[in-house]
Design a protein around this ligand. Structure first.
Ligand code: SF4
Length: 295
C-alpha cells in the first residue's frame, strides 16, 4: 500500500510511509469499539449479541453519517494483528453469535491473515463483513472463503445523489459490482435451528427523507437480480444532524411514517418475501454507540 488503490477512491496515499488516505487509514489497523451489540437484524444479533468491531475511518464518508466520529474524524486506537485476533476470540467466549467487522474495507489486506489466524485458533462463529457497498469487486474477492455473511449497504441508485451526499458519483456501479461478487461467494442463506444466520447476504437500505423513489429503484434492482436469495433490510433510522442539514436542508428532518410505509408497500407489491423491517422510534442519536477506544 505504498500507493493505495484499494478502494474506488484510488487516492494513492503512501500508507506504508504513514500517510493517511481519503479514508483516514494509514499503516496501522485502528478500531473504535469492540463489544457485543444487540441492535443488528435479529438473525445477526440474536439474544446473545453480535461481536461487533468498529473500524476507524471510512472510504465513503456520507455527509449524514451517524457514526461521524469514527468515519470522518478517525476516532479510535491502533491494534496489532495479535490483539485483534484475541479480541475476536474474546467476543466469541462472551457468547457472540458472530464476529461483525464494521467498515473494515480499507484494512482488508491486513485483516485477511488475522481472520485466518483466528480461525486457526478455533474461532467457530461466522465472520460478518458489514460494509458501505462502496468497494471494488477485486477487494471483496480477497474475502472469498473467509466472509460468511455480507451485511452491506446499498445507498443510492442515482449517481447525482451519490455525488451530492457522499462525493462518490460511481457509487451505484461499484455497489452493483461489489454485490455481484458477494453473491458469487455466498449465493444462498443458511440459518441454524435458532434462526441465526450462518451464511448469507443482507442488503440494507437507509431511507433518506424525500427519497422513496430512490429506495424503490434499489429494491427493484436487488430483487430483480437476486430474488429472495438476498435479504433486504429496510431502515427508517435516519437521524438528522446539524452538520448535514446546514449544507443540505432537505436532510434536516426524519423520515415520515408515510414515507417508510410507501417503501415497505412497494417491496411487498414487488413480491419480496425476505425483508427485515424496522420499528418506529429508532431514529434517535441515542442509538449511536459510545465509542470507547480513543487513543
Ligand atoms: S482505501 Fe483509503 S487510502 Fe486506499 S485508496 Fe481508498 S481511500 Fe485511499
Amino acid at each position: 500500500m505504498e500507493e493505495c488503490r484499494l478502494c474506488p477512491r484510488r487516492c494513492g496515499a503512501n500508507r506504508v510511509g504513514g500517510e493517511a488516505g481519503f479514508c483516514g487509514a494509514a499503516s496501522e489497523i485502528r478500531i473504535a469499539r469492540a463489544a457485543l451489540h444487540f441492535w443488528e437484524e435479529p438473525c445477526i444479533s440474536g439474544r446473545e449479541g453480535s461481536g461487533t468491531v468498529f473500524f476507524s475511518g471510512c472510504a465513503l464518508r456520507c455527509v449524514y453519517c451517524q457514526n461521524h466520529a469514527i468515519s470522518h474524524e478517525n476516532f479510535g486506537k491502533p491494534v496489532s494483528c495479535e490483539e485483534l485476533a484475541n479480541l475476536f476470540l474474546s467476543l466469541e467466549r462472551q457468547g457472540a453469535n458472530n464476529i461483525n467487522l464494521v467498515t473494515p474495507d480499507h484494512f482488508i489486506p491486513d485483516l485477511v491473515p488475522v481472520m485466518r489466524a483466528a480461525r486457526g485458533r478455533g474461532l467457530s462463529v461466522p465472520f460478518v463483513v458489514n460494509c458501505s457497498g462502496y468497494e471494488t469487486a477485486g477487494l471483496i474477492s480477497r474475502l472469498d472463503g473467509l466472509a460468511d455473511i455480507y451485511l452491506t449497504d446499498f445507498k443510492y441508485m442515482d449517481p447525482e445523489k451519490a455525488a451530492k451526499y457522499s462525493g462518490a458519483g460511481d457509487y451505484p456501479e461499484r455497489a452493483k459490482e461489489s454485490l455481484e461478487e458477494m453473491h458469487r461467494q455466498v449465493p444462498e442463506a443458511v440459518f441454524d435451528s435458532r434462526g441465526i444466520m450462518k451464511k448469507g447476504i443482507i442488503v440494507r437500505h437507509l431511507l433518506l427523507p424525500g427519497m422513496v423513489r430512490e429506495a424503490e429503484k434499489i429494491i427493484s434492482y436487488v430483487f430483480d437480480a437476486y430474488g429472495d436469495s438476498v435479504f433486504l433490510s429496510l431502515l427508517r433510522q435516519y437521524t438528522p444532524f446539524k452538520r448535514a442539514s446546514e449544507r443540505f436542508p432537505e436532510l434536516g428532518r426524519r423520515v415520515t411514517k408515510r414515507e417508510y410505509e410507501r417503501m415497505v408497500d412497494f417491496a411487498i407489491g414487488l413480491g419480496v418475501n425476505n425483508a427485515f423491517l424496522q420499528e418506529a422510534g429508532t431514529a434517535d442519536a441515542s442509538f449511536v454507540p459510545d465509542w470507547d477506544m480513543g487513543a
